[in-house]
Design a protein around this ligand. Sequence first.
Ligand SMILES: C[S@@+](CC[C@H](N)C(=O)[O-])C[C@H]1O[C@@H](n2cnc3c(N)ncnc32)[C@H](O)[C@@H]1O
Length: 310
Amino acid sequence: MDYTHQAVLLEEAIEYLNIKEDGIYLDGTLGRAGHSSEILKNLSEEGKLIAVDRDTAAIEAVKKRFPDEESLILAHSNFQDFDQVLAELGIEAVDGMLFDLGVSSPQLDNPERGFSYQKEGPLDMRMNPKQKLTAGDIVNNYSQAELEKIITEYGEENWAARIAEFIVKMRAEEEIKTTSDLVEVIKAAIPKAVRRSGGHPARRTFQALRIETNNELEQLKNLIDKAVDYLKPGGRLVIITFHSLEDRIVKHKFRNLAKDCTCPPDFPICVCDKEAKVKVITRSPVQASKEEKESNPRSRSAKMRAAEKI
Ligand SMILES: C[S@@+](CC[C@H](N)C(=O)[O-])C[C@H]1O[C@@H](n2cnc3c(N)ncnc32)[C@H](O)[C@@H]1O
């Protein structure tokens, strides 16, 4: 099957990366190379693009598409370990980095990956198929309190307590194995009158399980400081998020990295010696145009922020 992905905020991301044709760039979320192929178009033979994905399917698909592209180096890795990828290549710093978070359309469209509440499949949701923990392990083993916490925090779901209660009741009778099994449990937990509004009733719970399975928020937090340390002066860090919790992390991290001294105002002298490492270049997050939102529904929740290394 030909699984494709329509890149979000493509032109805007390229503009904010401010690509130098002989520069070295890192795309930490290769997906189906929507952004990567556009970065490559802006590079000369001297330029390099290191493209990383934790999903082997993404790496394999792109390898087939660009068999002879000498500027492109593909690496199967978690983006939080990009420093190891660069070290193996003998690269100390790059001119720009892009991270387009979340899942790709091919991951969502393939029922076997278990990301979609609209397709029958195993409760998997691992972006890295070599990882052990699956969404099924979480659903069938986490305590009721842990499930409620995850569904509340990562799914922002008002019915989290009832969903967690129903999951625990149901799994005591039989293991919850498939996406459809879970959708049925969620539907049973949310009263019918409420289910009529607010989109698919399983959307928020599935999002929460995906974030927990892939440890997405922790990895984003670990990533940002490290990314800035590996940028050359003037290099740009561009991050596209699809969830308010992710955008909040990026906003706060950028704000903190852009600050000099953070000592309390009543301290007579600075004791923290903190110096700003970046200049934030998006005063508010960049969002998709009306046309893009119409043609690609995924872009509706996208927010892009960019910072430049000082
Ligand atoms: C939204 S898609 C990227 C789409 C890509 N920009 C394009 O235009 O085709 C996100 C991709 O990032 C990958 N990904 C998510 N978190 C990751 C992580 N921590 N490390 C490496 N790859 C990750 C996913 O496997 C997925 O392929």
